[in-house]
Design a binder for this molecule. Structure first.
Ligand SMILES: [Mg+2]
Length: 459
């Protein structure tokens, strides 16, 4: 994982040492010796991570960090503060200024590199979500821009030292967090799968178990892949901490635990999680509102237009087959005219529901017009598509539709036209859909309630 790092320190020797270490690990490093310059470079160059000295003339590291985090153009860049002071209050001061970590000189190389890697990994993931949010924003929907404040969150705690456990519970409760204590790694993994938790805290030197096991296991499971993990370790265990960070832990605390640092690190993790959750929810919500037909839950035309060209280009290049089914409800206008639009809507919903149940999860159903739909079937050749088409036709025709307020159910049928990706002569989305539409037209002309493939158009 290569990345661009900015090193800020007023001491030329420190800069040189740090830059040399990082360059050796294949990072691209730029440097500056003052805070004002650092602010400019951060905004202009958009580094992936900033290593920031605390003691600098004019603008000190705390000020620089606060300004970076207050600027929307640089707020997302992780900051690691570096200091010769080993005073706890400085460390907490740094975390409160928005720093993601605080390392003490002389810097332990293993701890530094593990920290850099873990922060970079997190940033890559957040960048991907920020990009998706930007894509969703193209569809011009209002989205939430404020992260929710930290309060009332649920913390899962695995710590078998009774004294530390009491300290953690007392401190976290004092900032209105709720703590659930669990006794074993296995139980903690199961408990975390419930999705109820906002943070997991685990000791890495449990009496009978390996706390690091929890990191790996939580990261391997979908439900907990992004759940923040905070490790607790002794001063001499920095190698294990580094391993934990590589396994996906987000941060660590060294014993003896101290209240204000505990609070600062827990708050940082919870804020980060809220931010991530918000990006993801905004994305999903925008997608749902902009790209899905609210009546039937099928995708809309806009989604088809955005997605099909990309999908086809990939399938044509990779020589993977793909088929499309163009279908519509027979005599739908007369259903609306006879029973009214509310019943027409019930029929539309039920048709889509039956179609989706008859398809695979990776197939897409799109409502392209009033009673017109397209189903896209990746990795399906014409023969498969014909069999699926027949199954869809039967799923609609064989079971009459219940109509609210009417005693007798209604017989409904659909007609289906099928076309498949043509690898010769540069197929296009328009051409593919047109061939399927022509096959549908033929199905309509020759009796409805039937499936016609593009090979039969001229037959
Ligand atoms: Mg300095």
């Amino acid at each position: 994982m290569s990345a661009r790092l900015l090193v800020v320190d007023d001491n030329a020797l420190n800069v040189k040492l740090l830059a040399a270490k990082l360059t050796r690990d294949y990072y691209f490093v730029s440097t500056t010796d003052n805070g004002f310059q650092a602010l400019k470079m951060a905004e202009a160059d958009q580094p992936d991570l900033i290593l920031l000295d605390v003691m600098m003339p004019e603008l000190d590291g705390f000020e620089v960090c606060k300004m970076l985090k207050a600027n929307p153009k640089t707020a997302h860049i992780p900051v690691v503060m570096v200091t010769a002071l080993s005073d706890r209050s400085d460390r907490v001061h740094g975390l409160e200024a928005g720093a993601d970590d605080f390392l003490t000189k002389p810097i332990n190389d293993i701890a530094l590199m593990a920290r850099v890697r873990s922060l970079l990994r997190l940033k890559m993931m957040m960048d991907e979500w920020r990009r998706r949010e930007a894509t969703a924003a193209q569809f011009a929907l209002p989205s939430e821009t404020e992260d929710k404040p930290v309060s009332g969150e649920l913390v899962l705690l695995l710590e078998d030292n009774p004294e530390d456990r009491r300290t953690i519970e007392r401190v976290l409760q004092s900032i209105s967090l709720r703590v659930v204590h669990i006794n074993s790694v296995t139980a903690a993994i199961d408990e975390a799968q419930t999705g109820a938790y906002d943070l997991v805290m685990t000791s890495i030197d449990l009496m009978n178990e390996d706390g690091l096991l929890l990191c790996g296991q939580l990261r391997a499971r979908d439900n907990t892949r992004t759940l923040p993990i905070l490790l607790m370790a002794n001063e001499g265990e920095i190698d294990f901490v580094a391993k934990g960070l590589d396994l996906g832990a987000n941060d660590y605390l060294l014993r003896p635990l101290e209240g204000s640092e505990l609070i600062a690190r827990v708050r940082t993790q919870l804020k980060q999680k809220h931010h991530y959750d918000r990006l993801r929810q905004n994305y999903e919500k925008s997608l749902a509102l902009a790209l899905v037909d609210p009546l039937t839950g099928a995708f809309n035309r806009r989604y088809l237009d955005a997605h099909l060209p990309k999908m086809m280009a990939r399938f044509l290049t990779d020589k993977h087959c793909m088929s499309v089914l163009f279908f519509d409800i027979d005599f739908f206008k007369s259903i609306n005219d006879t029973y009214g639009h509310p019943i027409g809507d019930v029929i539309l919903k039920e048709v889509v529901s039956r179609v989706i149940q008859s398809l695979r999860p990776l197939d897409l159903v799109v409502r392209v017009g009033g009673e017109e739909f397209v189903a896209i079937m990746p990795e399906s050749e014409l023969k498969t598509a014909l069999a699926v088409g027949e199954r869809l036709r039967a799923a609609i025709a064989n079971i009459p539709f219940f109509m609210p307020g009417h005693d007798k159910p209604l017989s409904v049928t659909i007609s289906i036209g099928i076309a498949t990706l043509d690898f010769e002569g540069g197929d296009t989305p328009e051409a593919l859909l047109k061939r399927a539409d022509e096959a549908l037209y033929k199905a309509k002309q020759t009796g409805r309630n039937k499936v016609v493939s593009e090979t039969e158009i001229n037959g």
